[in-house]
Design a protein around this ligand. Structure first.
Ligand code: DON
Length: 564
C-alpha cells in the first residue's frame, strides 16, 4: 500500500514537472529539461546561466553570465585574463558563428624573448594580451538580449560575498599555492586568510576581483582595455618582465568568424576556424572516418581503433604543417576539410594493414607543449539557440601572475606559440613556421567547442579542455553519438583515446580497449600508453523527436547540468 502511494506520488510529481516544463533526472551531473540547459564544470556557474535563461535571456546571455561566474569560482581556467572561442547557433536564421577571442602576442615580442619560456613557462613574459572580456562583450553585442550589467553582476556579487568551495577547488588551490610560492600577489589573494590549507566548505572571498568585475559591469569592456584595469595590467607588466603595453590592450579586437563547416553521415558539424586548429582537425578526421564506417566492427574492435588512430595521426600532422593565425599564414582550409582530400588519406591508411610510422609522414617537423587546464560549457535555450564555449588561461592558473590590486590571473598562452622555430621532434615539440611568434599574432589553439546539427537544428553541443587532446575528445563524443548510438551520458563517460602524430604514441584512458584488442594493435605497430583522464566534455544532446534537452556534465572533474 505504502509502495503504491509512493509510486502514485512519484507519477504525479513527474506529470507536474513535465507540465511545468521541468523533468529532473538523477544527479547534478545529469538533467533532462524541456526549455533550457546549462552544463559547466562548476555549480554556481551553471546556476547563474540557468537563472538568466529563466528570466528570458537567450543562450548567449547565459553564456556571458556563466563565463564571468567561472572566472570567480573556477580560477584555474575560468577567466577574464585569458581567451577562447564561442560557437553560437541562432535558431531564427539557422546560422552558426564563431566568436573568436584568442589572445595576441604583444607588439614588443621577439623569438629570442620567447625562447626564455623554454626554461619557465610562467611569469609575466608568458602572458598574451587577454581576449575574454572583449570576446564576451562582442558576443553580447551581436547576439545577446539582456543588459550587459545584469549578466556581469552575479559574478561580481559572488566574488564580493564569497562562496563555499568544494573539495575539488580546495585540492586544486592547495596544490597551486604550494607550486606558486614565488608569486606574492597570488599568495596574498588566494591563500586562506589564516594561512592553513583550504578545505571543502571554506568561503573564498575575492574583494579585488569584485571591484574589477563591477568596473566591467558598469563601464563595459573599455574598463579592461583602455580604462583603470588596463592601467593595473600595464603597471604589473612593468614591475615584472612583461611585454604587454597600453597600446597592445587598446588594439585588441575579438572577431566573429565563419566557422569550419563539415558534414558527417547526414549531420552538419560546426567548430572554430583558425587560429584554432580544432575545427579543421575535427572535420578532417570525420571525413576520413566517413569513408570507412566506424560502426561496422564496433567501437572497441582493433580495426576501428586503428582507423581512428590513423585519422588522428594525419590530421595532427596537417595541423603542425599548415595551421596558424590566418592573418599571418595562408591556411589551406578548403583542401584540408574536403572530402576528396579525406579519400586520399583514407586510401593511404587502407594501403597498408599496419600503423603508419609518424616519421614517415614528415620527418623533422616541430611543435610546442600544451598544458592541463581550460574549461568548456554548453548551453541550449528554449528557442533552440545553442552556445558551445571553451576558454582558457592555457595551463592551470595560467602565468601564476595575479594582476596587483585587480584580483585576476593572466594567461600563459604565449607558450602555445612554437617556441623554438625549426625544431620539431619526437617528443612533441613543433617548430613549423605557421605558428612562430610575431607581434600581434594569435597563437595556434586546439580549442574545439562544437555544435552538431541534424535537419538544421542542434543535436549535440560539446567541447573540452585538454590542449592538443581536445579535437580527439570531441571526435570521440561526436562519433559515440552518431556512429555508436550512445546516449550523451554514455558518450561523455566512454573512455577516450588520443594520438597527435608526434610523439608516435596512442594514449588511452583506462578500459578504452580489451587486452586482446591492445595486443592486436601492438602487433600491427601501434605504441600504446595507458594515460590518466582525458578532457572534461560538458555536453548537451537534444532529442530530435521530443525536443527534450539532455545535459551531461563530465564526471572526470566535477560539474553540474542545470535545466528547467
Ligand atoms: O588553446 C589551446 O589549445 C590550449 N591553450 C588549451 C590548453 C588546455 O586545454 C589545457 N587544458 N587542459
Amino acid at each position: 500500500m505504502k509502495q503504491r502511494a509512493f509510486r502514485l506520488t512519484a507519477f504525479l510529481l513527474l506529470c507536474w514537472s513535465v507540465h511545468a516544463g521541468v523533468i529532473l533526472a538523477g544527479q547534478a551531473h545529469d538533467v533532462i529539461a524541456k526549455n533550457g540547459v546549462v552544463v559547466s564544470v562548476e555549480a554556481n556557474a551553471s546556476d547563474a546561466g540557468l537563472e538568466v535563461l529563466k528570466r528570458g535571456g537567450n543562450a548567449v546571455d547565459a553564456a556571458v553570465a556563466t563565463a564571468f561566474v567561472l572566472a570567480v569560482t573556477h580560477p584555474a581556467a575560468g577567466n577574464i585574463g585569458g581567451g577562447g572561442f564561442m560557437m553560437v547557433h541562432l535558431a531564427k536564421t539557422g546560422e552558426t558563428r564563431c566568436v573568436e577571442y584568442r589572445e595576441t602576442a604583444p607588439a614588443a615580442v621577439t623569438t629570442e624573448a620567447l625562447a626564455r619560456l623554454n626554461d619557465t613557462s610562467r611569469g609575466h613574459l608568458s602572458a598574451g594580451v587577454p581576449g575574454t572580456v572583449r570576446g564576451l562583450a562582442l558576443a553580447h553585442e551581436k547576439f545577446g538580449s539582456r543588459t550587459w550589467r545584469e549578466l556581469v553582476e552575479p559574478a561580481a556579487r559572488l566574488a564580493a560575498d564569497g562562496f563555499a568551495i568544494d573539495a575539488h577547488l580546495a585540492r586544486s588551490l592547495n596544490g597551486w599555492l604550494s607550486a606558486a610560492k614565488d608569486y606574492d600577489e597570488a599568495q596574498r589573494v588566494f591563500r586562506k586568510p589564516d594561512g592553513s590549507p583550504w578545505t571543502e566548505g571554506d568561503r573564498l572571498v575575492q574583494t579585488d576581483l569584485a571591484r574589477t568585475l563591477r568596473l566591467i559591469a558598469e563601464h563595459g569592456p573599455d574598463a579592461f582595455y583602455t580604462g583603470p584595469i588596463a592601467d593595473q595590467i600595464v603597471a604589473d607588466m612593468r614591475a615584472g618582465d612583461g611585454l604587454i603595453t597600453k597600446e597592445d590592450l587598446a588594439a585588441y579586437r575579438a572577431n566573429v568568424r565563419r566557422p569550419i563547416h563539415g558534414t558527417y553521415r547526414g549531420h552538419e558539424v560546426f567548430a572554430p576556424s583558425p587560429p584554432s586548429s580544432g575545427g579543421i582537425a575535427l572535420v578532417e578526421m570525420l571525413n576520413i572516418l566517413e569513408t570507412v564506417d566506424p560502426s561496422k566492427h564496433g567501437r572497441d574492435a582493433a580495426s576501428t581503433v586503428h582507423q581512428f588512430t590513423e585519422a588522428m595521426r594525419r590530421a595532427y600532422f596537417d595541423r603542425a604543417v599548415h595551421v596558424g593565425d590566418p592573418a599571418f599564414t595562408d591556411v589551406p582550409v578548403d583542401r584540408l576539410t574536403s572530402k576528396a582530400y579525406a579519400r586520399e588519406l583514407a586510401a593511404s591508411i587502407l594501403a597498408r594493414d599496419r600503423a603508419t610510422p609518424s616519421d614517415e609522414l614528415g620527418k623533422n617537423v616541430l611543435t610546442a607543449g600544451e598544458g592541463e587546464n581550460t574549461t568548456h560549457f554548453s548551453i541550449v535555450d528554449s528557442a533552440g539557440n545553442a552556445v558551445a564555449n571553451t576558454y582558457t588561461l592555457q595551463d592551470s592558473y595560467g602565468s601564476y601572475v595575479v594582476v596587483r590590486g585587480a584580483g585576476f590571473l593572466l594567461n600563459n598562452e604565449m607558450t602555445d606559440f612554437n617556441l623554438q622555430p625549426g625544431v620539431t621532434d619526437r617528443r612533441g615539440r613543433i617548430g613549423t613556421p605557421p605558428n612562430v611568434v610575431a607581434p600581434h599574432k594569435r597563437m595556434l589553439s586546439s580549442q574545439t567547442p562544437t555544435i552538431v546539427l541534424r535537419d538544421g537544428k542542434p543535436l549535440v553541443v560539446t567541447g573540452s579542455p585538454g590542449g592538443r587532446t581536445i579535437p580527439n575528445t570531441v571526435l570521440g563524443v561526436v562519433t559515440n553519438v552518431v556512429d555508436f548510438k550512445m546516449s550523451i551520458r554514455d558518450a561523455v563517460d566512454a573512455p577516450r583515446m588520443h594520438h597527435q602524430w608526434m610523439p608516435d604514441v596512442l594514449r588511452v584512458e583506462p578500459n578504452r580497449m580489451s587486452a586482446e584488442t591492445r595486443q592486436q594493435l601492438e602487433m600491427i605497430g601501434h605504441n600504446i600508453n595507458a594515460a590518466g583522464r582525458q578532457g572534461d566534455a560538458h555536453s548537451i544532446w537534444i532529442d530530435p523527436v521530443t525536443g527534450l534537452r539532455h545535459g551531461a556534465a563530465d564526471k572526470r572533474l566535477s560539474g553540474k547540468a542545470a535545466g528547467y
